[in-house]
Design a protein around this ligand. Sequence first.
Ligand code: HEC
Length: 138
Amino acid sequence: MKKILFVFALFSLTIISCGETKKEDVKKEIETPQEEAKEAPAAGNDMIALGEKLFTDKTCVSCHQLDAKIVGPSIKDIVKIYDQYDASLVEFLKGNKEAIVETDPGQVAIMKANLDGFVKDLKDEELEALAAYMKNAK
Ligand code: HEC
């Protein structure tokens, strides 16, 4: 019975959140820890989904495949090296850090052109999303 009530509360929350009216009341009915436990993985998945979309929209995918090097190194190779050095993908994308995966100036210039062309207008959370997608790509 409790479970049904909880599901109902979630359902109402979805409907009412459109109207903004009783949102706070409904929120209080749901126990906070339970709500957090439900939302944490969902937020992560949302980030990854946004990252995946950006990875296509911002043309990253045309040079970075999951497993194989094409123009740029594969996502897996990039993430492996970033893990190894405990480096931040976001900082690289922001242009704050030098390339560590491939340091050949010609290759770096290709990627740099993308940072200047596509990446510089992205918001911090979009960069975080791109990084989340890359780290979780399988
Ligand atoms: C035109 C091809 C091209 C596109 C498009 C491209 N990249 Fe790259 N990328 C490269 C090349 C070449 C390298 C290797 C040079 C380097 O490591 O900086 C690279 C390297 C990287 C690296 C590793 C940097 C390092 O430390 O060496 C990351 C992270 C990366 N790209 C992310 C992205 C993301 C995110 C996008 C989309 C916004 C993107 N790339 C779009 C060609 C591209």
